[in-house]
Design a protein around this ligand. Sequence first.
Ligand SMILES: Nc1ncnc2c1ncn2[C@@H]1O[C@H](COP(=O)(O)OP(=O)(O)OP(=O)(O)O)[C@@H](O)[C@H]1O
Ligand SMILES: [Mg+2]
Length: 252
Amino acid sequence: MRVIALSNQKGGTGKTTSAINIAYALSRKGYQILLIDLDPQASLTASLGINPEKTIYQLLKREISLEESVITKNKVAVIPADINLAAADIELSGVAGREFMLRESLDDTLAYDFVLLDCPPSMGLLTINALTAAREVFITVQTEFLALQGMSKLLETIDMVRERLNRELSLNGIIATRYDKRRVLNREVIENLYAYFGTKLFNTFIRENISLAEAPSFGQDIFSYRPNSTGAADYLMLGQEIIERGFANEDR
Ligand SMILES: Nc1ncnc2c1ncn2[C@@H]1O[C@H](COP(=O)(O)OP(=O)(O)OP(=O)(O)O)[C@@H](O)[C@H]1O
Ligand SMILES: [Mg+2]
């Protein structure tokens, strides 16, 4: 089982869009997927048209079991969130082992090939829980102005988690999003990413594609909404790369 956190404390870099569409790309290739919404904004939950009764918040608080928290949507298992999760940061902060709540909740998830964690745009306790539960972290980067702003803080946090909480954690992928090859700035950001991260940068860049932005308003992933879009093609290619890349066994 591969547990992957999609993270960047910067807002709007494509974490949620990528979590959903990577999940459905891998599902179409026959893998069993668990998708977890860890953002109190609950964008992932809303983007899939889920109106949840049970959420990750209750699971983290041990009020329900993992099976009870899961909703299956088009063959993908989803643990949804709602705004109550905003309280988790504070409520759980006094609990001993607060960084391990998610990791412990996932202890019986052996039935899945991939678990994808959609992190909120912050470095609070929820993101720390995701990084502690994951074996791999993928960073989504929008290929725009200030793309790398805040990156050193994020890398520091990943290093801190690796040193103190989760020795296994590996930065195993950089996903470039909203790429438009006609824009010089977009190409420059890619060059910078490659210079800094080398082969950790996935070869597949997710192109700017209106269908990716529209699909959530229909509660659909890109393959249900527009299977012939460039967005569907890009996430399918990225899914293949993720499979081929496998676990990283070296440090960042
Ligand atoms: N490749 C793309 N082409 C066009 N629009 C995109 C693309 N990727 C994401 N978007 C749009 O950009 C916005 C931000 O994307 P998304 O919600 O996935 O980012 P996020 O990192 O999860 O944001 P947050 O930090 O708020 O959780 C959304 O409106 C989404 O539909
Ligand atoms: Mg999001």
